[in-house]
Design a protein around this ligand. Structure first.
Ligand code: SAH
Length: 369
């Protein structure tokens, strides 16, 4: 038996060089962590803040443009690290370009989708927090993919910063909603880290009230969020006003039934002094009768809330149907005098598969199972 030995001789520079995809991502690190990176490369700590300014304030990932940093430092960074990891691998846009669905390849494989939505005065980016989703809501395309992995803070920040480049000239303000693929509160730490970077006042921040986190209703995390990060808005996917129906539509309701969920929401409202949004999909004959509306009114009574009605967006063959405009109207009219606020979300982008519940990484052959 012969043993093959191999001696590899490398120059110091080569030793530091690894495949781009294996280099740690600087995106997702805050100014202090970037300062530590700078110190480890023999540079003063303030270089960390300079890097953070480039990434988060200016949205630039291009070391070549960062001319206030020494060339040798930039070379070291380029050898040992990378800035960002997402590769755009397709997009669909409505003809007026108001809604754009961008597919990003992850370097671990798979695709996540991010949606850019605009009105003449408002820009909203819908970010994904996980690749896939383990909660299996019956009406949701992402739920059909099954559980995937948590996205990193860097991957989430990058979605926002990349879409920010598409804002028209002069526009700087945008909203962030964590309503793309995945359950943000299951990826709690990375989500809060990403939002912390996007809303850092020292980095040209997005005001925290422009951020909405939407959840299937993870009760312990709603309490945590209320206590630890009361500055963000909360949206809860309710979709049914009884445990019986909600458990059928959303298996998570068996773990956190309505009474517990509403207790957590009450705590959030009390703690933050801000109203909560309840999302309620309207599915014909299933949860869209006046009787259902009456139950919903009773359930949310006393809570400062907005009810956001989302007419069901089709996600392929199945028994669910979007109600007629009249039925939607009737449901909304019943709620209007009885709850603090009601909106109907006619999702833009249904035709390009960019509407609520339709995200499933289809650009790469669709869901994984
Ligand atoms: N997991 C989080 C974030 C996803 S948000 C949550 O559930 O809240 C996406 C929103 O779109 C949720 O309210 C979700 O329930 C809703 N949705 C999912 N599938 C839908 C569909 N087919 N039609 C309309 N809305 C849908």
């Amino acid at each position: 038996m012969s043993v093959k030995t191999e001696t590899v001789i490398r120059t110091p520079n080569e030793r530091a060089t690894t495949e781009p995809s294996r280099r740690p991502d600087l995106l997702g690190l805050g100014p202090d962590e970037l300062a530590r990176v700078a110190l480890s490369l023999g540079e003063p700590a303030y270089r960390g803040r300079q890097l953070a300014e480039w990434f988060y304030r200016r949205g630039s990932f291009d070391l070549g443009a960062m001319t206030n940093l020494p060339a040798a430092f930039r070379e070291e960074l380029d050898r040992g690290y990378r800035i960002g990891s997402l590769a755009e691998n397709g997009r669909r846009e409505t003809p007026d370009r108001k809604t754009r669905k961008v597919a990003f390849s992850l370097d671990s494989g798979g695709v996540v989708e991010t949606v850019y939505m605009s009105t003449p005065t408002r820009f909203t980016f819908c970010l994904s927090s996980q690749h896939g989703c383990g909660f299996a809501c019956r009406f949701c395309a992402t739920g059909r993919m099954g559980r995937g992995r948590n996205l990193t803070a860097g991957e989430m920040v990058e979605q926002a910063l990349r879409l920010r480049r598409e804002l028209p000239d002069g526009a700087t303000d945008y909203n962030v909603v964590l309503m793309g693929m995945g359950e943000p509160l299951e990826n709690y730490d990375a989500v809060l880290r990403a939002l912390g970077l996007l809303t850092d006042p020292s980095l040209g921040a997005l005001p925290p009230k422009r951020v909405t986190i939407s959840t299937v209703g993870l009760v312990p995390q709603i309490y945590r969020l209320a206590d630890e990060a009361p500055r963000y808005r909360l949206a809860v996917s309710l979709h049914a006003a009884t445990d019986e129906l909600r458990s059928k539509l959303m298996p998570v309701n068996r773990t956190f039934p309505l009474e517990q969920l509403l207790g957590a929401v009450r705590h959030h409202v009390d703690r933050t002094g801000r109203r909560v949004t309840f999302e309620y999909i309207l599915i014909e004959e299933l949860n869209d009768t006046i009787g259902d509306a009456a139950k919903l009114v009773k359930l949310v009574a006393q809570l400062p809330c907005k009810i956001n009605l989302i007419p069901y967006n089709p996600i392929g063959p199945g028994k669910f149907k979007r109600p007629s405009a009249e039925r939607i109207q009737r449901f909304a009219e019943h709620l209007r005098p009885r709850v603090p606020a009601v909106t109907v979300r006619y999702s833009q982008g249904v035709d390009i598969g960019a509407a609520c519940g339709q995200l499933a990484g289809e650009a790469q052959g669709g869901a994984r199972r």
